[in-house]
Each structure stands twice: as C-alpha cells, then as structure tokens.
Write a protein that binds this ligand. Structure first.
Ligand code: NDP
Ligand code: MG
Length: 332
C-alpha cells in the first residue's frame, strides 16, 4: 500500500471553503482547532440546549473562539459538512438538520464509516462523500499537531460527483498535519470493519479482558492486588510502547531471556487457535451487519447494557486498586 505524505498532497483546494464541524467532542474539538490553526475557515455546528440543560460542548466551542451555530445553520454554511457526532446519534441529527442542506457541490465528511457503511445515512447522489479518519484519539491528535507533527490517518471516498472528492479529503488531512505522519487510502467498508474488529478483539475488548482475567487469577490465588495491578495493568504500557517503537523484536530484546522464553513457550497456550476462531466469528458479525444492528438497538433502548457494564467495571477491584495506586504515584 502506498503511504501519502505532505509532498503528495496539494491543499489549495480548501482555499475559500468553509468546513462545518458538527459536534465538538473528542474529534470535533481536535480537528476543528487543527484546521483553524492551518488557516482553514471553520464553523462549529452544535446544540445549545441538550436534554434540557446547557450543552457544555457548545460553551467550550464558544470559549475557544469559534463561530458556533445550531447544526442546521452550520450545515447550510459549510462547503464541507464534517459530521463528528457520536455514531449512534448521527442518523437522527442528519435527517432532521443536515440532509436539507446537502446540495450539489458540497461534501459530506466523516471520521468513521459506520453510518455510510451500514446505510444508516443515505446522502443524495450529487454530494461528495468522504472520510478522514485519524488512527489516534483526539487528545493525541492535538498534541501531535502542536508539537509540529501529526498522527497517521485513513482517507476514503464513497461518492465523487465533483471529481475532486479524493483531493478534498487529502487536503483536509494535510491541513491537520496527518500527512506528516502518513495517510493510507481505503474504502469506507475496510475502515469500518477493521476499526470495529480491532476495538472488539484486540485494542479495547481483547486488552481489557486479558488484563482483567490476569488480575483476577493472581488475586484469587492469594497474591496482593497491588502487585497484581502492577503486573497485569501498569506494565502493559511499558511493553506496548516497546512494540510500538520497534516491533515484537525490539520488545523481545529488552525483556529478560526468561520473559522471552515464557512468551514463546506459554503465550500461544493462552491466546490459542480457539481465540482466533472466536475472532473470526467477531469479524463475520461485523461484516454481515449483525454487530451494528445489535449496537443500534442497544443505543435506541437508552444504552442499558453500556450503563450496567460501566457500573460493574467501576466496582471491580482492578479499577479500585488502580485508582489508589495511581494517586500514590502522583503524590511523589
Ligand atoms: P464525542 O462523544 O466525543 O463527541 C460528540 C459531540 O457531539 C459532543 O460535542 C456532543 O456534545 C455532541 N452531541 C452528542 N449528542 C448530540 C446531539 N443529539 N446533537 C448535537 N450534538 C450532540 O464523539 P467522538 O469525537 O468520540 O466521535 C465523533 C466521530 O469520530 C465518530 O464518528 C467516531 O467514530 C469518530 N472517531 C472517534 C475517535 C475518538 O478517539 N474518539 C477516533 C476516530 C474516529 P456533548 O458532549 O455535550 O454531549
Ligand atoms: Mg478506532
């Protein structure tokens, strides 16, 4: 795959265009600030009163010096309407406040392919539909930009009636400095399926269950929870940082020979072929839309499972011990 950098992208296509960033959360905040600092004209679309209360995101965008408008007015103003609302909220807001402003010559942009991929938003044929997806959380994006660098990202094009959709998407990533790190081109489907698979099986779901089960086994066997926390949670970052820097090879060089032997002799017995089979099942449920359907139904019910899970992990010893230990560290 080709990786695109600054020299491969011309961002002059953004001159004179307005980007309406809809939603000022993790991504909206980071992306709007980076675009503005690069000289792009940005307005924010938010909701002033949400759930009967002043919406903190509206106030924050104002405080940060942006022109903040109700979503439908921002969508009307924007040449590029960049939807950075939570995925589960996007279809209703799109239908009520954005759809009527998606006229020929405009572009609809996302940072995750979910709603286009699963056909929960069906934009008119005459607008460009693009994606600029950072491979990092919003906080990291902003820090990297301020340090004069950027985070890597993905770019995809779903509809291209203008003939310029790809150039537009790439220009957005250049303005946010992601081209300094590197850009991969893909399809909406590839980004969506890989992203969901990754967060379920490896990054979030896999990681949390691995740490939690390891912690539980040690504590149930009578080891002190503080030590179990260090072993199974705290040290995770140090190991992952080494892999991030120089691959598994680099990590294996730094850990002891004893650790390296244990890694190869025992690791595959823990995460073995049966886990790989379940990962394949998870990928199939992502690809056939079953997972998306389940998540949409959960969000329509008012996220009872999500709320119960948050409460349950809050009470888990790994979180309670971790909070205590992190406080002690912070005091030094
Ligand atoms: P957040 O939840 O952080 O922010 C969403 C914003 O939308 C908030 O400002 C929120 O306001 C606002 N909002 C929520 N409900 C409504 C509503 N009904 N009407 C108007 N505004 C509303 O979302 P993210 O930034 O995490 O996600 C945005 C997009 O970016 C998603 O497509 C996601 O998949 C993608 N993405 C996210 C990444 C991340 O690191 N978080 C990484 C890569 C992609 P309030 O806070 O007041 O509720
Ligand atoms: Mg992701």
């Amino acid at each position: 795959m080709e990786i695109l950098h600054d020299k491969d992208v011309d961002d002059s296509i953004l001159k004179g265009k307005t980007v309406a960033v809809i939603g000022y959360g993790a991504q909206g905040d980071a992306q709007a600030n980076c675009l503005r600092d690069s000289g792009v004209n940005v307005v924010i679309g938010e909701t002033e009163i949400l759930g009967g209360r002043n919406n903190p995101s509206w106030d924050k965008a104002k405080k940060d010096g942006f022109v903040v408008l109700p979503v439908d007015e921002a969508a009307e103003k924007g040449d590029i309407v960049h939807v950075l609302l939570p995925d589960e909220v996007q279809p209703a807001v799109y239908e009520q406040q954005i759809q009527q402003h998606m006229k020929a010559g405009k572009a609809l942009c996302f940072s995750h392919g979910f709603n286009i991929c699963y056909k929960r938003i069906m934009p008119p044929k005459e607008v460009d539909v693009i994606m600029v997806a950072p491979k990092a959380p919003g906080t990291e994006e902003r820090v990297a930009y301020l340090e004069g660098f950027g985070v890597p990202g993905l770019v995809a094009v779903k509809q291209n009636p203008s003939g310029n959709a790809r150039e537009l998407a790439l220009a957005m990533t250049k303005a946010m400095h992601w081209t300094k790190a590197g850009i991969l081109e893909c399809t909406f489907e590839q980004e969506t399926y890989e992203d969901l698979f990754g967060e379920q099986c490896v990054l979030c779901g896999g990681l949390v269950e691995l740490m939690k089960n390891g912690f539980e086994v040690l504590v149930e066997a009578g080891y002190p929870p503080e030590m179990a926390y260090f072993e199974c949670v705290h040290e995770m970052k140090l190991i992952v940082d080494l892999v991030w820097q120089g691959g598994i090879k680099r990590m294996a060089e730094v850990i002891s020979n004893t650790a390296e032997y244990g890694m190869w002799a025992e690791g595959h017995k823990i995460i073995g072929p049966e886990v790989k089979e379940r990962m394949k099942e998870a990928l199939a449920r992502v690809e056939n839309g079953e997972f998306a359907e389940e998540w949409v139904a959960e969000s329509k019910r008012g996220i009872p499972f999500l709320k119960a899970s948050r409460e349950e992990i809050g009470k888990h010893q790994v979180e309670i011990v971790g909070e205590e230990i992190r406080k002690l560290f912070a005091q030094k």
